[in-house]
Ligand binder design. Sequence first.
Ligand code: FMN
Length: 358
Amino acid sequence: MRRKHGVPSTSSRKLDHLRICAEEDVESHYSYFNDIMLIHEALPEINKGKIELETAFLGKKLNAPFLISSMTGGHPETAAINTALAEAAEELQIAIGVGSQRAALEDTRQEESYRVVREKAPTTFIHANIGAPQLSTLEDDDIQRLIDMIDADALAIHLNFLQEAIQPDGDVNAEGCLHEIERICKLASKPVIVKETGAGISRRTAEKLKKAGVAAIDVAGTGGTSWSGVEVYRARGVKDKALEHLGELYWDWGVPTPVSIIECKTAGLPIIASGGLRSGLDAAKSIALGAALCGAALPYMKAAMKGSDAVIRCVKLMMDELRAAMFLTQCMDMKALGNADLVVTGKTKEILNSREFS
Ligand SMILES: Cc1cc2nc3c(=O)[nH]c(=O)nc-3n(C[C@H](O)[C@H](O)[C@H](O)COP(=O)(O)O)c2cc1C
């Protein structure tokens, strides 16, 4: 990998991000899932005890439609968090993504903090992760290295141009990026997922990604962790008023998660819903909107700081909440939930109407 000089190391920036996300309020100011209502079935006529949460994603079976979204790795101190997350993913047989592996490509000593994920989760679905801005610096061999490092089931390419636009010395040259994604799709030995990081993906982008050969899309829409918000705190730390202003202005920028699910669904690829999913009810709404898998980052990160038991409790609570929603909408399994009746209200309805989705 070719390196960029004169900027804070990727490894130290990863620690900064974790600290800010753990200590500060970095969430979007509007919860779009409150605009979605599943229609209550007063007479469900099913046994809640027999509801099945099992699903399959990109050919791998999972016990529940949950993904621990990409977060960390890349510094020795992040290994404990990845250990806790991976132990929980393995125990519950849900999917997990590692954080950007850029730090390991730059410095092989950082590989261990990612490898630990496959060590602790030997059987469940794991995806690798690299940023779209870095793709043009990757040699062909680097792609296989990312996959082999964690024996990944898929490779996720993340789009984070909102954050790049706001941080000092961000990678803001996106020319040729789609072409690079196409190159990686052809080269990679595993399916390629493209994910956002909290600003969502529109229909137009989803269609371009499908043409490029992408196997699935993680919308990571607006409504949860705001990377523009994270940059506000970093700017305050170095007393950079201009960047602080920019971060505040773009705090809630992007395509809201429920809107993004509907927009991306038109491309016909499997969709991961993420960005502000904070309960199993949000997950139920996401699946009813068309998602195949439900990801979250921030809640699992906070739990992981207490250890794997806390992550397991957090996911189990989500499972219970999801089961309750399924019972009350008379859905025995994920297929039925995908066809559940719902109503869209408020800001989300306004956006969808003006985007000509009925
Ligand atoms: C501490 C932290 C670190 C993250 N690092 C990455 C990363 O390295 N790569 C990536 O694709 N997404 C990263 N994300 C974004 C998440 O995967 C997710 O898309 C986003 O946070 C929205 O989900 P949430 O609202 O549940 O947090 C990170 C999120 C958090 C909270």
